[in-house]
Design a protein around this ligand. Sequence first.
Ligand code: ADP
Ligand code: MG
Length: 238
Amino acid sequence: MQCSKIGETFPYSYSFRALQIMITSIGTKEIEQILLDISSNIHSQISYLTDIDSQIGDGDHGYNIDRGFAQVRKDLSKFEGYDIGSLLALAGSSLISSMGGASGPLFGTAFRKAGNAARGKSLVNLSDIASMFEAAENGVIDIGGSKVGDKTMLDSLHPAALAAKSAADNGETDLVGAFQSIVLAAESGLEKTKSLVATKGRAQYVGERGQGFYDAGAATVCIILRSVLETLRHLDDE
Ligand code: ADP
Ligand code: MG
């Protein structure tokens, strides 16, 4: 779009995006919306996730994570107040209490730890979000004992956390732009799980036969982060 004042022509053009109001922070209500949208997106991907877990695990991941986020949706209706820390802690506890399998405590801890990092805040910006990612990743490492390359959810969570940190460190403030790079990083991490041999979780029992297949938990991390991006874009359009 070409912008000029009356009687004056600027020798450059503004992008439409530059004229839009960017989202640089989100509050408790937006995070509630993000959680509800994750719940819907996970629900629509049950069979995709189940197929992935069937190839190298026991095929229950789609149902596990869907049960968890259905519980999050239920429990959210009881949430009161403005503390983002308490909201995410509630979501984490809902996942842990309702999910079977290894992934319940892992995803639940990720949300609880992200909540710890946001305790007392009713608004978070990119720098807060980067700290929340770091806390979530450390929580997963602490309880799962995994490292990058073990073919687990960490293989997409770690690059996502790094992308959040580098965007924040570079002084980026636009949450939509930052989440675009976070999602790309997570998806490239998921892609790499295909060639890896699992050394954690059930998939380790199939050993090298698991090569050529994605990790289900890493795929779920991507669905969650893509969902966050979609919600942010939607808020951006409003
Ligand atoms: P289960 O393996 O008990 O059937 P799920 O199928 O719900 O549980 O979840 C499997 C996912 O959990 C894997 O795809 C992997 O991403 C993740 N996972 C399993 N063990 C670990 C671990 N020790 N550290 C990190 N992630 C793990
Ligand atoms: Mg499973």
